[in-house]
Design a protein around this ligand. Structure first.
Ligand SMILES: *Cc1c(COP(=O)(O)O)cnc(C)c1O
Length: 355
């Protein structure tokens, strides 16, 4: 970061290129293009895939709003399919009913850090000539059947928002792809559609990654696998301590690794559990309380309550417990005990053997 300040090369440049090369290698894919947010990454991936006005893109309603916003930036219409309640990710069985002659791309989300079940999605896309774009904003480093997320679809989008598993010291994002033509187009689109200085061949954007962010990300990247492993250990610990309690721990699909951007349990009495935990100084979150098809911002799509029952049920049941790599076992135990106590489940009693 000091070298960036010394050089005054604040936007793109060598520092960003070095990070892009390392991040592509990390994702086991040939190209990574740094941009200024995960949302911009999604927008440019859609444009590179040829998505535009009049097209449809199939995605899930149980996601962060940015997934859907990006589809609309591209001028396309989001078409939703429901989630698999076990993994909170796209249920490929919904694709057949959602596809139309206008469909151009499928955008599964690796929600909470667990990859979507990609093989049936990729197979379906192949037979229909559709592009698969992974929303990997929560899943840096996760694997699906041995493959890193980012290397499975035609394009994949990452966010480096500070709270993500790999976070910048500000905003940042990247598109990862194995397709050189997509990579070339995205590199131009992020910088005013320039092929070379002032030769604007595409209607582009100011979506460039800052060099200070590239520098910070480059320093942090070697720690990512270690941090992800700590998150997974913390998750395992939570799930063990929560056994027999009223909340349901997340399910792990055996053919995937989960990097636990979020550790979300399901519970029936979320409001009271959340306030009990808050009263004991334990902060929790809800990712996300309203599925996108029911948000006022996208009411014009014409969906209504009951259209995607699994997404709606998840939105009303999930509660995210504290999750970060530095969590200690004592902290995890404290949270788990508070969850059990709040639900009226007694802590295991001492046996009363005298000293
Ligand atoms: C964070 C996130 C985004 C958007 O990333 P930003 O960098 O905040 O623009 C998109 N999709 C999902 C699933 C996210 O979690």
């Amino acid at each position: 970061m000091h070298a960036v300040l010394e050089s005054s090369q604040f936007i793109l440049g060598k520092t960003v290129e070095r990070f892009e090369a390392r991040f592509a290698e990390y994702c086991e894919s040939p190209y990574a293009i740094g941009v200024n947010s995960g949302t911009s990454a999604l927008h440019l991936a859609l444009l590179a895939a040829g998505v535009g006005a009049g097209d449809e893109v199939i995605t899930v309603p149980f996601t962060f709003i940015a997934t859907v916003a990006a589809i609309r930036y591209a001028g396309a219409t989001p078409v939703f399919v429901d989630i698999d309640p076990r993994t909170f990710t796209m249920d490929a069985r919904g694709l057949e009913a959602a596809v139309t002659p206008k469909t151009r791309a499928i955008l599964p989300v690796h929600l909470y850090g667990q990859p979507a079940h990609m093989d049936p999605i990729v197979d379906f896309a192949r037979t229909r000539g559709l592009v698969v774009i992974e929303d990997a904003a929560q899943a840096h480093g996760a694997r699906y059947r041995g493959r890193r997320v980012g290397s499975i679809g035609g394009l994949a989008c990452f966010s480096f928002y500070p709270s993500k598993n790999l976070g910048a010291c500000g905003e940042g994002g990247a598109v990862v792809t194995s397709n050189p033509e997509f990579a070339r187009k995205i590199r131009m689109l992020r910088d005013w559609g320039q092929e070379s200085k002032y030769r604007h061949v595409l209607p582009g954007f100011n979506y460039r990654l800052e060099a200070l962010q590239g520098a910070a990300l480059g320093v942090k990247l070697p720690y990512l696998d270690g941090w992800n492993a700590r998150r997974a250990m913390a998750a395992e610990c939570y799930s063990k301590f929560l056994e027999g309690s009223e909340v349901r721990a997340p399910e792990l699909a055996r053919d995937r690794t989960h990097v636990f951007h979020v550790y979300a349990v399901r519970c029936q009495n979320r409001g009271s559990l959340q306030s009990r935990l808050a009263s004991e100084g334990i902060q929790t979150g809800i990712h996300y309380p309203v599925p996108v098809h029911l948000t006022p911002a996208h009411a014009d799509l014409g969906y209504s309550a009951g259209d995607f029952p699994e997404s709606e049920r998840a939105a009303s049941e999930v509660l995210s417990l504290p999750m970060f790599p530095e969590l200690s076992e004592v902290q995890i135990r404290t949270v788990a005990d508070a969850v059990r106590a709040a639900a009226g489940v007694a802590e295991p009693e001492l046996c009363g053997i005298e000293a």
